[in-house]
Design a protein around this ligand. Structure first.
Ligand SMILES: C[S@@+](CC[C@H](N)C(=O)[O-])C[C@H]1O[C@@H](n2cnc3c(N)ncnc32)[C@H](O)[C@@H]1O
Length: 237
């Protein structure tokens, strides 16, 4: 497996001990607000196709949300951590999973080659604009993998999240932003979004259409961890 710098970072973080603790948390929080919110959202999106679909889970981890999918004929879960994928072989609430065929793929989604136009739904929870940058490279890949009419659903951490440390540089950048324009504004914005490790609505509305993805909705959820954005974008049919 060839991995990017981001993939290698994730692989180093999600080692066996961490993965088994993560999997234990899956059981503890299965019926909590966070998982119910993201799971219910994913179920609604997968049902909205009104037919059987193919799906790709970017950074599937331990398969925390496999139970939420509906009408999915074939699911590919890709993750750079072997340890997380090993846990995903016994995902939470396995008896509730209706997906007919699950393929777990060990790979870095920033480097992996996947079939063009193969997926009706590409989703990613707790990965993009959090552990891996939500940027042009990622959006271009997703757009290529989506089938016409396909949906891209993902969560992202908002820069105003209380989990984002309010350093003096960040406060200064936020203060300067309304007075800035042109190149300075672009540089400030990129710094405040940490090169794509956070995302706000403006970022989503600039980035996704550049890659042929039309934004359908941007919601938010305030958990005890982050202020999460929940975005659905569509590749026109
Ligand atoms: C916080 S976990 C989220 C797992 C799962 N989506 C969930 O909601 O529980 C982040 C996962 O993304 C994976 N990951 C991060 N960057 C990746 C990359 N570039 N390619 C593949 N997997 C990646 C990590 O290995 C890890 O399993």
């Amino acid at each position: 497996m060839s991995a990017t710098e981001w993939g290698r970072r994730a692989e180093a973080l999600y080692q066996p001990g961490y993965a088994s603790r993560y999997r234990a948390v899956d059981d503890d929080i299965r019926h909590g607000v966070l998982v119910q919110t993201f799971g219910g959202w994913l179920r609604t999106i997968s049902e909205s196709f009104g037919r059987e679909i193919t799906a790709l889970d970017l950074g599937c981890g331990t398969g925390r949300y496999f139970w939420a999918l509906s009408h999915v004929r074939a699911l590919t879960g890709i993750d750079v951590s072997e340890a997380m994928l090993a846990e995903a072989r016994q995902p939470v609430d396995a008896s509730a999973i209706t997906v007919k065929n699950i393929t777990l793929l060990h790979g870095d989604f920033l480097a992996q080659t996947l079939e063009a136009g193969a997926f009706d739904l590409i989703y990613s929870i707790g990965v993009l604009a959090e552990h891996s940058p939500l940027d042009d490279r990622l959006a271009e890949r997703v757009s290529g993998w989506l089938a016409p009419g396909g949906a891209f659903a993902f969560t992202a951490v908002h820069p105003q999240s209380f989990s984002v440390t309010r350093t003096w540089q960040r406060r200064l950048g936020e203060w300067l932003l309304p007075f800035s324009a042109g190149r300075l504004r672009a540089v400030l914005r990129e710094k405040l979004l940490a090169g794509g490790l956070y995302a706000d609505e403006v970022r989503l509305r600039e980035l996704l259409p550049r890659h042929g993805l039309r934004i359908e909705s941007i919601g938010s959820h305030l958990s005890d961890i982050h202020l999460h954005l929940m975005c659905v974008a569509r590749k026109p049919a």
